[in-house]
Design a protein around this ligand. Structure first.
Ligand code: R5P
Length: 298
């Protein structure tokens, strides 16, 4: 097996190469004067299985790079092409919310598959159904067990698990089940403007005088998390922690989390995070899980 990376997350990339014992591939890249992008594989891939381990940190440019790499592998006769993309870009644009919008999540899958990827492996995709007819090419790795086992260091079965919005219900419930937590609360969230979050109401178990853990698939600006944490404290929660799969932490997310009522945030290393940015972050390593999956399916 030959494995290519985008060189966007050196720690995780090195861990994956070591644990899968894959041959490390490389490629030449350049941008032409007119802005068009070019890649060329540096080695023969004919007859080999190939993995593109893609940690996407700048979707606009990197999606194009991934597509060219996939197609270069296909044109050069790799026998199987697996795209491993821990954070699936555009996953939140999984349906038409307002007339005129594309379904970007489905489009991404169509492009990856169309370019030549036989399988797309990701971690906790926002919504599998958002891939439409291409979901059959997706292998979604569930991080419930990984996150729950790490949470055991900080919480016990007396805590309340909270879903900060409708999309997080299933995820929060499965973490609660894994941790044998009986109490689960669900928040209703709206977005008055893109990027802004507002919590409207709570249902399920009471959080008054309870310690609570908020479970989400991703923390981007941190708006959802901080609004949810404040709302829970106003409803009487005495301690708030959080866990997510993908720590995007855009804009001032880490600074805002530092200054918030949240005690700790558990996040996997699916994306590179400047750990010095927040003393509240607890790293959950996902390299082992990814490497095992790659070895199993490649
Ligand atoms: C939305 O449905 C997601 O599950 C997250 O709640 C959301 O994307 C987090 O974004 P932000 O941190 O910017 O509120």
């Amino acid at each position: 097996m030959i494995l290519y990376t985008l060189e966007t997350h050196s720690i995780l990339e090195k861990e994956i190469i070591k644990k899968t014992q894959a041959e490390s591939g490389s490629f030449f890249e350049k941008v032409f004067n007119n802005g068009e992008y070019y890649v060329k594989l540096n080695q023969e891939v004919k007859g080999k299985k190939a993995v593109i381990f893609s940690v996407v940190t700048e979707p606009k440019d990197q999606v194009m790079k991934i597509l060219f790499l996939i197609n270069a592998l296909k044109s050069n006769k790799a026998t199987k092409i697996i795209l491993v993309i821990p954070y699936y870009p555009y996953s939140r644009q999984d349906r038409v919310h307002e007339p005129g919008e594309p379904i970007s999540a489905e489009l991404m899958a169509g492009l990856f598959h169309g370019a030549g990827a036989n399988k797309i492996v990701t971690l906790d995709i926002h919504n599998r159904r958002g891939l439409g007819k291409f979901k059959k090419y997706l292998l979604n790795i569930d991080t419930t067990e990984l996150i729950s086992e790490n949470l055991k260091k900080a919480i016990d079965s007396s805590w309340v698990v909270v879903a900060p919005d409708a999309g997080a219900k299933k995820r929060a419930s499965s973490v609660a089940k894994h941790l044998k937590i009986k109490k689960v609360a669900f928040l209703k969230k709206t977005r008055p403007k893109p990027g802004q979050a507002k919590i409207l109401e709570i249902s399920g178990d009471s959080v008054k005088d309870e310690k609570v853990i908020i479970i989400d698939d991703m923390i981007d600006t941190g708006g959802t998390l901080i609004k949810a944490a404040n709302f829970l404290r106003e409803r009487g929660a005495k301690q708030v922690m959080a866990a997510c799969t993908h720590g995007i932490f855009s804009q001032n997310a880490l600074k805002n989390i530092n200054q918030s009522v949240i005690m700790k945030v558990f996040a996997t290393d699916s994306l590179p995070i400047n750990q010095s940015g927040s003393g509240k972050l607890v790293n959950v390593g996902c390299g082992d899980l990814l490497a095992k999956t790659i070895k199993k399916y490649a």
